[in-house]
Design a protein around this ligand. Structure first.
Ligand code: HEC
Ligand code: HEC
Ligand code: HEC
Ligand code: HEC
Ligand code: HEC
Ligand code: HEC
Ligand code: HEC
Length: 663
């Protein structure tokens, strides 16, 4: 204890000496206190994929002013647990009906919990296909919009289909969900999403590569903390807690963006803010894992950004929710000034939210640093001191049409209709894709391989000509990572080019050795070819025996065992698949099939019902439940599902009652 006090005292003296804001009263309840600092021996440091991080609260003990003001910046609240304290939604009117997909939504507040409910109404007006789940996480501060997530036991995260739109004070569909055939409750949240909205989670080393499963611990950091911009704090803290007095050493053990070159400084913001088109996210370099970017590095060594070309829109007409640097870079203020003359930090201290009343003067000062003495044309009846209200106004975004964001392309004022007029959600018609920074792109075929992946990954393998081109490129110029080859296999499998997929898998094994994924996909290709069923199954049996953690392995094995009439074994592997991924609708369907074959009709009804709760448009599940209900002598309930399915299933024709033979 004496030793501990002694150590505390040493750095307290140090802090007093360097004049940090040490005497500030600790007002905010959650403000960290000096007493909460650990000893050197007790300092908890992350290991795994993102090692060297400490609890961000610790930074606040010494850098209290940054810590406090940062709590007012949305970045610190980009990801968190729901709680009553943070409610901004209208729970008194939390029913929302989405006509195109014929689904009703409700959100209920119970204690600190948000309970999400989705159902449909049958012909008699009774609820059917009801899905209920607690909201586990909220993504997005809610200045503009909140996204709700649930997490499965196995750690997967899923996005729920409704959102709260703060600016209009309304519930509505998530972006991308305002259509008849949206993903419902089955849209997975991947690491990329968390990369931008949160501090790095603690996950095992080598579990965040492109081909790895997207599972997350049940304890996650909450919000984009200090170290996403300052880098891992371990060394900085070890020096301080150890009583070091060499200020230069203390400083250089942590990244201060101010001391970096302009490019590296910008890259800290751009890792999350530079997204030319939400439709085509950047592609990670093959040798970089998702949580491997560190402040101070060049972003282009980590990921490659692309911009889209559209047939019906010019680039300058596109405006999205995450377009701040992209739009700023199109301003004449930037293009006609020295490089770096106007960047994020000229207008934003990232730790501070500028109060509304101070905004005109705060931003005008920046404008005037270049436009001082401007003979501004008169604007009828209006004062000119709030430059940004006219030249950087809020504007309706094209990707999230309920939301207004600040357009960072500084320009002459746009007509009102163009700026905030109502818009419909629309997919872009992408005609081509090019590198945002051609000079940072890999040269030659390697550059083309990345570019093809940027095209093919979001579309899942379209256009087909791009698959051919990728195949040709990889033949001509071998790459020393299996990633693009595995990508090629997925596109080939999706396009049912089974023998081409087998050839690619041969190349993978030849060049990179045998792997579980290569075995798994060989099994899928062989099964697809319809010939070597036994070989395919043997491969999957092997993976299952080795304790595979992939739901796909267990599901595919279940289907093959079912095809071989081995029902007990089939049921076992389907259940295993559902443990790993309870949202696997097809596994519930096949489980129902297996149960029916075994005479367990009532259990089958439950399985099909679960499938329909997850996906109320799944035609096969309707066929299954109708049949099973008839078997258990519940013809009325069967008819209820048939009539409902005719209204909402993705292939209602299959549900039509057989037409009586014509006389
Ligand atoms: C025990 C007190 C203490 C803690 C905890 C602490 N720092 Fe520091 N930090 C210091 C001192 C002392 C300096 C040097 C002050 C100076 O340069 O005037 C410093 C300097 C810095 C600098 C400026 C470096 C430079 O090059 O100018 C940054 C950035 C910084 N700290 C970030 C952090 C972050 C992020 C954390 C949490 C991971 C953190 N600090 C935790 C005491 C602390
Ligand atoms: C790890 C990802 C990440 C990094 C790095 C990052 N941002 Fe952000 N930033 C976000 C996210 C996510 C939001 C939106 C948070 C929300 O509202 O949910 C945001 C919001 C903001 C806001 C709006 C804050 C508010 O309260 O209105 C500003 C300004 C901003 N960022 C500037 C910057 C600057 C400048 C940098 C570089 C120094 C930077 N950001 C680096 C992810 C990041
Ligand atoms: C490339 C980084 C990046 C990725 C990937 C990303 N976001 Fe964001 N997101 C941002 C930034 C930056 C903003 C900030 C704009 C702003 O100021 O609100 C934002 C804003 C938001 C907001 C609005 C917050 C608010 O109220 O302003 C929500 C909700 C959101 N994102 C959800 C998601 C979800 C869900 C995903 C994954 C499917 C996702 N984001 C993926 C960077 C990203
Ligand atoms: C979005 C990125 C971002 C986040 C998050 C962030 N900082 Fe910073 N920080 C910066 C930048 C950029 C600078 C350099 C600012 C400048 O000099 O204008 C900086 C500078 C600092 C400095 C040095 C101040 C000085 O005067 O030299 C300290 C200390 C610091 N940050 C602490 C923190 C702490 C503590 C947190 C978390 C509560 C935090 N930062 C979160 C981007 C960030
Ligand atoms: C780094 C210097 C710099 C800063 C800071 C700057 N500008 Fe500019 N701005 C320019 C230059 C250079 C041009 C192009 C030549 C000209 O018109 O003077 C320009 C052009 C403009 C134009 C004409 C745009 C067009 O498309 O015709 C407007 C409007 C404008 N600036 C407004 C602003 C406002 C408002 C701010 C503050 C938010 C600002 N500028 C900050 C340098 C700057
Ligand atoms: C010329 C000044 C200026 C520059 C440079 C600038 N911003 Fe902003 N930014 C603003 C203004 C004005 C607002 C709206 C008022 C506010 O939030 O304070 C804003 C708001 C934001 C917001 C909040 C969401 C929104 O759209 O209202 C984000 C995020 C943001 N800026 C990110 C950035 C990033 C990242 C950069 C660097 C590429 C940057 N800004 C550069 C002036 C600027
Ligand atoms: C009430 C809205 C409004 C405000 C406030 C405003 N402007 Fe403008 N500004 C305009 C309009 C409208 C034009 C275009 C005039 C034209 O082209 O006839 C313009 C043009 C400009 C231009 C281009 C001048 C040229 O001759 O091409 C610059 C630069 C500019 N403004 C800077 C500023 C700065 C700096 C401030 C703040 C000190 C500011 N504006 C405040 C509306 C405004």
């Amino acid at each position: 204890m004496a030793q501990w006090l002694n150590e505390q005292y040493r750095w307290i003296r140090l802090l007093a000496w360097v004049g940090l804001l040490f005497s500030l009263p600790l007002q905010a309840e959650e403000a960290p206190s000096v007493a909460s600092l650990p000893t050197l021996a007790n300092l908890k440091v992350t290991s795994g994929a993102a090692p060297g991080y400490v609890d961000d609260h610790l930074c606040g003990t010494c850098h209290l002013s940054q810590w406090k003001s940062y709590q007012g910046v949305a970045m610190s609240h980009a990801f968190y647990r729901p709680s009553r304290e943070r409610v901004i939604e209208d729970f008194a009117h939390a029913h929302y009906y989405h006509a195109p997909s014929q689904r009703h939504y409700e959100m209920r507040l119970e204690g600190d919990d948000y309970i999400f409910i989705r159902y449909q109404l049958d012909a008699a007006g009774q609820p059917i296909n009801r899905f209920e789940h607690k909201v586990d996480w909220i993504m997005g501060s809610g200045r503009h919009v909140r996204t709700y997530l649930y997490q499965t036991e196995s750690g997967e995260l899923y996005q729920l289909p409704i959102a709260w739109y703060t600016q209009s004070g309304q519930w509505g569909m998530q972006p991308g969900f305002d259509r008849p055939d949206h993903n419902g409750v089955l849209r997975r949240i991947r690491r990329e999403c968390l990369f931008c909205h949160n501090a790095y989670p603690e996950v095992p080393a080598d579990s965040d590569n492109y081909l790895d499963e997207h599972r997350f611990p049940h304890q996650l950091p909450e919000g984009t903390g200090c170290q996403r911009c300052h880098g891992p704090g371990e060394q900085h803290l070890k020096l301080l807690l150890g009583g070091a007095t060499d200020l230069e050493a203390i400083r250089s053990a942590i990244v201060n963006p101010r001391r970096l070159s302009r490019e590296r400084r910008d890259d800290i913001c751009y890792e999350c803010h530079m997204l030319p088109a939400v439709a085509t996210p950047p592609v990670r370099r093959f040798d970089r894992a998702d949580f491997s970017f560190r402040p101070g590095q060049r972003l282009s060594d980590y990921a490659l950004a692309f911009d889209i070309e559209e047939r019906d829109h010019k680039t300058v007409d596109r405006f999205e929710i995450n377009h701040h640097p992209f739009r700023l870079s199109q301003s004449r203020c930037v293009t006609e000034s020295e490089p770096g003359a106007l960047g994020c930090l000229d207008c934003h201290d990232p730790h501070v939210k500028v109060p509304v009343a101070e905004r005109p003067a705060h931003y005008r000062k920046v404008c005037n640093s270049c436009h001082q003495g401007l003979d501004h044309p008169a604007v009828e009846g209006q004062a000119l001191d709030d430059c940004v209200s006219c030249h950087m106004p809020t504007r309706r975004t094209h990707d999230v049409v309920q939301v207004l964001m600040t357009d960072h392309r500084i320009q002459k004022p746009l007509p009102e209709q163009e700026r905030i007029g109502p818009r419909q959600e629309q997919d872009p018609h992408i005609s081509n894709l090019h590198y945002l920074y051609p000079d940072q792109a890999p040269a030659g075929d390697l550059g083309e391989i990345y570019r093809m992946l940027a095209i093919l990954r979001p579309s899942g393998g379209l256009p087909k000509s791009a698959i051919d081109y990728l195949e040709k490129l990889l033949k001509r110029t071998p790459v020393d990572s299996p990633i693009p080859y595995f990508d090629l296999v997925t596109f080939q499998l999706k396009d049912q080019r089974f023998s081409a997929a087998l050839t690619t898998l041969d190349t993978i094994i030849e060049r990179f050795g045998q792997s579980d994924l290569a075995k798994e996909w060989r099994a899928v290709a062989l099964f697809g070819q319809g010939e070597e069923h036994a070989t395919a199954r043997a491969l999957l049996e092997q993976l299952a025996a080795g304790g595979s953690e992939r739901a796909e392995v267990w599901f595919n094995l279940g289907v093959m065992r079912y095809a071989d009439d081995e029902y007990t074994a089939a049921e076992e592997s389907l259940r295993h698949a559902l443990q790993l991924r309870p949202t696997l609708v097809r596994a519930w369907y096949f489980l129902g099939q297996v149960q029916q074959t075994q005479g367990a009709q009532q259990a089958a009804v439950t399985s099909y019902r679960t499938a329909l709760e997850l996906d109320p448009s799944d035609t096969r599940a309707y066929l299954g439940i109708i049949n099973a209900l008839e078997q258990v002598n519940a013809p009325e309930e069967a008819e209820r599902y048939r009539r409902h399915g005719l209204q909402v299933a993705d292939n209602p024709k299959l549900l039509a009652p057989p037409t009586p033979p014509s006389p």
